[in-house]
Design a binder for this molecule. Structure first.
Ligand code: GDP
Length: 362
């Protein structure tokens, strides 16, 4: 059995890590996401970046391109097929993205406004991330607001800082020192990313601007480095199914659907699935697996692309009967040939108490 598992570890079986964005309101979470989604104008193509249900998928080629400016020596090697970034930043999606106390997010970006420092929801985010033992980096955003900042669009941070006046460099130094102090008050040791010698001991601070794109190459490079360093090897391969309901939505023509994040494994049309419902477990059959139609093809009648089979990690909409009482945050299980459906129903329902009691204490 073990050998079988090893043999299955071909490059085709790699799965992408999942990344969440957290932070205080107005720190620039949405803007940062927009900026990394933004594509190279000259290329005219999205480089394979795809909009999914509740998430955006960045294939490794797109990330390579976006990190090129800070990886000219090629020292960063890419071992993941891509990165799935959850679109709805904030606590709600993070707390829904979990399975029995551990987070399905493999990595997170905590966004802090460099002009404001740590704010109440920053502290709350830190608490959540620690509770779930999720590795994270800090984007120290809005560096373009440092007084007198001269922008070099989409540049690496170190080079951009070197090009600033002494006054700007000094303001940056001061704000960095204040931020480190504020993190220390939360018992977190934080270091500027390129001065961080031990990523498992110190949180990396990466200065960014969602407006100018500066520091974003560094942020992506850091995400990949940290994920590859910290993700247990087994997580990198498609294995056991891990799937979570993010939202329950009524869609015209489809009825009640569920938006799920498939964080590991494979889902197929026709699969028998089991999930939590308000009036007991729901057992139903996948009628359709749907992702949004690419923008270029808006002329196509349907809003969705149908899939016979989808592989982790991705966000996908499931159409099926009897989903009216489905509960967001529920685990979703697939009934395999050797499984007893009743047993699986009991298993998912054992999560219910935790789901209804959303205010978690960690
Ligand atoms: P969210 O609430 O964390 O998602 O924050 P938003 O992405 O909606 O940004 C809040 C406001 O800050 C908006 O007006 C953005 O244009 C602005 N903003 C976000 N990032 C930056 C940045 O890097 N520099 C500057 N100058 N403004 C930013």
């Amino acid at each position: 059995k073990h050998e079988e598992a090893l043999a299955a570890r071909s490059k085709d079986n790699l799965r992408s890590p999942i990344c969440c964005i957290l932070g205080h309101v107005d720190t620039g979470k949405t803007k940062l996401l927009d900026k990394i989604r933004q594509t190279n104008v000259q290329e005219g193509e999205a480089g394979g970046i795809t909009q999914q249900i509740g998430a955006t998928y960045f294939p490794v080629e797109a990330i390579k391109q976006k990190t090129e400016v800070v990886n000219q020596d090629g020292s960063l090697e890419f071992n993941v097929p891509g990165l799935l970034v959850i679109d709805t930043p904030g606590h709600e999606s993070f707390t829904n993205l979990r399975s029995r106390g551990s987070s399905l997010c493999n990595i997170a970006i905590l966004v802090v406004d460099i002009m404001h420092g740590l704010e109440p929801q920053t502290i709350e985010s830190i608490r959540l991330l620690r509770g779930r033992k999720t590795p994270f980096i800090v984007a120290l955003n809005k560096i373009d607001r440092l007084y007198g900042w001269k922008e070099v669009p989409n540049n690496g941070f170190e080079d951009s800082l070197a090009k600033q006046s002494k006054a700007v460099q000094n303001e940056f130094k001061d704000r960095l020192a204040q931020t480190k102090l504020a993190f220390a008050e939360q018992s977190l040791n934080a270091e500027l990313f390129h001065e961080n010698k031990n990523m498992s001991k110190f949180v990396s601070l990466v200065p960014t601007s969602a407006h100018t794109g500066e520091g974003i190459p560094d942020m992506l490079k850091l995400l990949i480095t940290l994920t590859q360093q910290r993700m247990a090897e087994k997580l990198m391969y498609l294995s056991e199914l891990e799937c979570t309901v993010l939202e329950v939505k009524v869609i015209e023509g489809l009825g009640t659907t569920i938006d799920v994040v498939l964080s590991n494994g494979v889902l197929r049309e026709g699969d028998r699935i089991v999930l939590c419902g308000l009036n007991g477990a729901i057992a139903t059959t996948v009628r359709a697996l749907l992702t949004p139609q690419p923008l270029r093809e808006l002329r196509v009648k349907s809003n969705y692309v149908h899939h016979k089979e989808v592989k982790a990690a991705l966000g996908v909409k499931i159409a099926a009967n009897d989903l009216e009482n489905a509960i967001a945050g529920s685990r979703l299980l697939v009934v395999g040939p050797d499984d007893d459906e009743e047993d699986l129903c009991e298993e998912v329902m054992s999560d219910l108490e935790g789901l209804l009691n959303k205010v978690e204490k960690s």
